[in-house]
Write a protein that binds this ligand. Structure first.
Ligand code: PLP
Length: 397
């Protein structure tokens, strides 16, 4: 007979061994889904809530999120990292922390579309003014800075034309003006560049992409000095955009193989870009690893490992033929994401068509024939063959 001290409804709540007290050393970290942690008394509460470590409430801190944060700080060479529920949550947390009514932001005109929408549809409502500039034109960036410019925001590799930003010059302009430099480094990963080493103040990653690499987690990170992170942590706490324990655990697992994955992706990207530039149906290839790329020398100087795994290329501006090309691809899929272990393509003109007119898109280089590739870890011969055979649709009249 099992001894029953309490009523069955109470027993249901308290029975079952407390596995956290078992003497075990699992090779894989456990997931800690608990939203709260038992405090022995008020002394323990005071100790934990005075920043001495330990856990009290999951939105405040969680062991899985902390493990992930420690690993990302290491990879980005930062003092501290905040782990958010998406890349956009990370961008919002950083921008909302450091911009106030009456401030001015200078942003690159070729950044992620939803970041532009955050600036245009939300920050502008709070009296924050934004100026967009082509960041490959350093003089234009310099001229856009005003007395009230608080933030300069850019990505290192622009989307979708894959141009490379001279981050050293941007940092110099910003710091002379007393502004913060915030960089979204999602396209590059710390294997290619660690922006904080160049004096960037805050680096953001959509962990959804190359970091996790398996297209099964939505997450983001912000890495910076301990001082700036402390301010952003307060915002995150109030915005409530922390990453949950399960996703934190999954992202940590994904990152364990990032070195292997991204090295192979970069290697494949170089070979695929070379193959595409020799294909008679391809009009132009945008990849910094090609000597023909306008910022090849700059990329060689600032990138530590290859030139990233993002390519874009132009074919005939025919919607029907581009659609036919997508159907002909046997391995590669059209996806609304990037950075996964399988190669995917995207069609920038379609993605941006609700925000810009046809003329504006063409002026921005986003013609109907522009295709963006996120290169995966397939055997390179298979990948080149898939693109080569599908490109034959451009032969058809
Ligand atoms: N930054 C860049 C460069 C992106 O491409 C994306 C998403 O595609 C984001 C940020 C937003 O990331 P998430 O989808 O994780 O919010």
């Amino acid at each position: 007979m099992i001894e029953k001290k309490y009523g069955s409804n109470t027993e249901i709540l308290y029975k079952g061994a407390d596995i956290s007290e078992c003497n075990m050393h699992p090779e894989a970290p456990p997931i800690c889904p608990s939203t709260a942690y038992i405090m022995a008394d008020m002394d323990e509460y005071d100790y934990v809530n005075s920043g001495n470590g330990g856990y009290f409430y999951s939105r405040t801190a969680n062991p899985n999120r902390d493990s992930l944060s420690e690993l990302i700080s290491y990879l980005e060479n930062g003092e501290s990292s905040i782990i958010c529920s998406s890349g956009m949550a990370a961008i919002s947390t950083a921008l909302l922390t450091f911009s106030n009514c009456g401030d001015h932001i200078v942003a690159s005109s070729s950044i992620y579309g939803e970041t532009i929408e955050l600036f245009n549809d939300m920050l502008s409502r709070f009296g924050i003014e934004i100026t967009y500039v082509d960041f490959s034109d350093i003089e234009a960036v310099k001229n856009a800075v005003r007395q009230n410019t608080r933030i300069i925001f850019t990505e290192i590799i622009s989307n979708p034309l894959i141009s490379v930003i001279d981050i050293e010059k941007i940092v110099d302009i910003a710091h002379r003006a007393g502004s913060l430099v915030i960089v979204d480094s999602t396209f590059t990963t710390p294997l290619v560049i660690k922006p904080l080493d160049f004096g960037v103040d805050i680096v953001i990653q959509s962990l959804t992409k190359f970091y996790n690499g398996h297209s099964d987690v939505t997450a983001g990170s912000v890495t910076s000095s301990a001082e700036l992170c402390k301010k952003m942590y307060s915002s995150q706490l109030r915005l409530g955009c922390c990453l949950d324990p399960n996703s934190s655990w999954l992202a940590l697992r994904g990152i364990r193989t990032m070195g292997l994955r991204v090295s192979k992706q970069i290697e494949n990207a170089q070979l695929l870009a070379e193959a595409l530039s020799n294909n008679r149906h391809v009009r132009k290839v945008n990849y910094p690893g090609l000597k023909s790329h306008p910022q090849h020398v700059l990329a060689e100087r600032i990138f530590t490992k290859g030139y990233g795994a993002m390519i874009s290329f132009c074919v005939e501006d025919s919607r029907d033929k581009v659609n036919a090309f997508m159907h002909e691809l046997r391995l590669v899929k059209y996806l609304g994401t990037l950075g996964g272990y399988r190669t995917s393509i995207a069609h920038p003109a379609t993605a941006f068509r609700f925000d810009f007119t046809q003329e504006e898109l063409i002026k921005m280089g986003m013609s109907e024939g522009l295709i963006r590739i996120s290169v995966g870890i397939e055997d390179i011969d298979d990948l080149i063959h898939d693109f080569t055979q599908a490109l034959e649709v451009f032969n058809a009249r």
